[in-house]
Design a protein. Structure first.
Length: 213
């Protein structure tokens, strides 16, 4: 940390990266910098003060991915303009209240909350990782959440053994659950031996081991 500046509404925390080695978001580590610039990230509020983290960061001429990218910093995800703590708090809150309420609580905009949640979901539910999780399922939970003021629903499947969300589809009907079972394939359905559900708008799904008549 280099310095902290207080104003009437904001706390500005200036920090400096000490490592001479540059880490690209792709994971490659090197020393070849392209240029430098000053960046700012919104952090969680401290009482009535908004907190902003500021640092001079370098762009990496990366031999790993062959691109010029901003170096990875420990307090924020690649490409983010908010700290990890801010994003994680927003994501936790969105599971329990509306995006409008989260935006009001965190003193940001609805569009900001929506964008960061979409980005986090995309990052955690990338296709290769999702395929791996589907191959390991044995006990699952099926739930539904409402969005757009309760006018639309998402069906969500969770792995009970890891707690990870492994599948999401728009809708709250039996069709959404059957689509998930079809995605698993015959071998995947055979591996599942327990299903819990709290969905109210769908009839119970067919047994994972049953075959259509």
């Amino acid at each position: 940390m280099e310095k902290v500046v207080f104003s009437a509404t904001q706390i500005l925390v200036s920090v400096r990266l000490r490592s001479r080695r540059l880490r690209c978001p792709c994971g490659h580590v090197g020393r070849a910098s392209y240029d430098r610039s000053q960046r700012s990230w919104r952090h969680l509020d401290l009482g009535r003060f908004k907190v902003v983290v500021r640092a001079q960061v370098r762009r990496v001429d990366c031999r790993g991915c062959g691109r010029v990218r901003t170096e990875q910093v420990p307090w924020a995800r690649p490409g983010a303009r908010h700290t990890r703590d801010f994003e994680d708090t927003a994501a936790w809150l969105v599971r329990r209240m509306s995006k409008a309420a989260v935006a009001t609580l965190l003193r940001t905009s609805w569009n900001t909350v929506d964008a960061l949640v979409r980005r986090l979901v995309a990052a955690h539910l990338d296709l290769p990782a999702t395929a791996d999780r589907l191959r390991q399922l044995a006990r699952i939970g099926v739930d539904e959440i409402a969005y757009r003021k309760g006018r639309k629903f998402l069906t969500i499947v969770t792995d009970h053994d890891t707690g990870h969300v492994v599948w999401i589809r728009e809708g709250r009907t039996q069709t959404a659950l059957i689509a998930f079972l079809d995605t698993l394939g015959a071998a995947g359905r055979q591996r599942i031996h327990a299903i819990s559900t709290s969905t109210s708008g769908a009839t119970p799904p067919p047994s994972p081991t049953s075959t259509p008549s």
